[in-house]
Design a protein around this ligand. Structure first.
Ligand code: GLA
Length: 377
């Protein structure tokens, strides 16, 4: 596809849009509790080449698919009607229409290098790439945060995953060279510079290759547990429980909900502390916060797994300043903050620990904070 046509209301009908995956630095399982998160966008992205078509057909093709295009009639789209990777782009088109935007069909060619099932938001990347493309091609004028909320609605209502808004906000709104400090209650956000190279540091991402699946019910159960705890405490959300009141509040809750609440309240504190460290230029100070966050996800929230625990343990033992699982959990990836000089030793130590434990070798890469969703051609 090379030509740019101008037949739809004078707007160009073709181009290429990219939206990144993300790695969350801190603030896990806080986004559906109205709390704080601090993700960065990955250099890995989903790219969508999109050409509008006038016949109401959505024709989807993925370089990572089975070689077959998926053809859908836009007017017939309904939650649950599409399977596999195609449900993410379809979900965005359905949601735009459900939100009252008069959008129709397109040829969408997708190529993504965001690892799938690795807790790095490959589906949010896909959703946001298509959302920005439709936004531009139809001249909808939606902002990044508006597109992110639309993509979240697509995931909740069409795909059927009750996720929070972090992944879509990260993919739509992150900026190069920094982390996105987001308040998920009012969607206010601030770009926090993260000059890792200037501090002699790297972010090492360790994909354990243990696939996670948010649709499997565990995520929904955790979310429901948090909502039940907030209701029992008479709060709109766990975000409203101050850390100083945590112990007294825990006494008022059934035993099975206490660790969930402890994680969420302490995790919000960790995000605020992390942002304070970064604002003070103390990037290395992030390390212990990451490791404390992992312990909380492992012991209280119970969403880690033996592979992510081992990756964190081996990384820290080999000299990482801190490490934690990132994303929803039950597998996926670990993010470690590592001095330049220790990078190889840490990556090798994690791989050796996996071999010794009989696990498949993890995939490791370093991540420089990248830009959010945008038109690239
Ligand atoms: C998944 C969800 C996010 C968030 C994280 C946990 O990535 O999509 O909304 O809840 O898990 O922090």
């Amino acid at each position: 596809m090379t030509s740019t046509q101008s037949v739809h209301d004078g707007a160009a009908t073709e181009g290429i849009w990219a939206a990144p995956g993300r790695v969350n630095l801190i603030g896990e399982h806080t986004d559906y509790n109205d709390g704080f998160v601090l993700p960065v966008a990955l250099p890995h992205s989903a790219r969508a080449t999109v050409r509008l078509r006038p016949d109401g057909v959505l024709r989807l093709y993925s370089e990572q698919g089975d070689g077959e295009a998926v053809e859908l009639v836009v007017a017939d789209l309904a939650p649950g009607s599409v399977d596999g990777w195609a449900k993410y782009p379809a979900a965005v088109v359905w949601t735009l229409r459900a939100a009252g935007y008069d959008v129709g069909g397109a040829d969408v060619h997708i190529d993504s290098d965001v690892p799938t099932g690795a807790g790095l938001s490959s589906s949010a990347a896909l959703e946001c790439a298509v959302a920005v493309a439709y936004n531009d091609l139809h001249g909808l004028g939606l902002t990044g945060p508006e597109l992110a909320r639309l993509a979240q609605r697509a995931e909740n209502e069409f795909v059927g995953v009750p996720c929070g808004v972090m992944d879509q906000m990260a993919s739509a709104c992150c900026t190069e060279g920094g982390a996105l400090f987001l308040d998920t209650r009012d969607f206010s956000q601030r770009h926090v510079p993260l000059d890792l190279a200037g501090a002699g540091l790297r972010l090492l991402v360790i994909d354990t290759r243990v696939k996670h699946d948010l649709a499997d019910g565990a995520y929904a159960e955790l979310r429901a547990g948090c909502e039940r705890a907030a209701a029992l405490l008479g709060l709109a959300a766990l975000r409203d429980l101050p850390a100083a009141g945590l112990d007294a509040a825990l006494d008022r809750l059934p035993a099975e909900l206490r660790p969930l609440v402890r994680h969420v309240v302490t995790e919000d504190e960790r995000v605020l502390e992390a942002v304070a460290r970064l604002d003070a230029g103390d990037l290395a100070g992030l390390g212990p916060i990451l490791t404390a966050g992992h312990a909380s996800l492992r012991d209280d929230y119970r969403v880690s797994c033996p592979e992510t625990d081992l990756a964190v343990e081996a990384a820290v033992a080999a000299g990482a300043l801190g490490a934690r699982m990132t994303g929803g959990g039950f597998g996926g990836s670990v993010v470690a903050l590592v001095a330049d000089t220790a990078l190889d030793a840490v990556a090798e130590a994690v791989t050796a620990a996996f071999t010794a434990a009989g696990y498949a070798a993890p995939r490791t890469f370093t991540a420089v904070p990248a830009a959010g969703a945008r038109r690239i051609s």
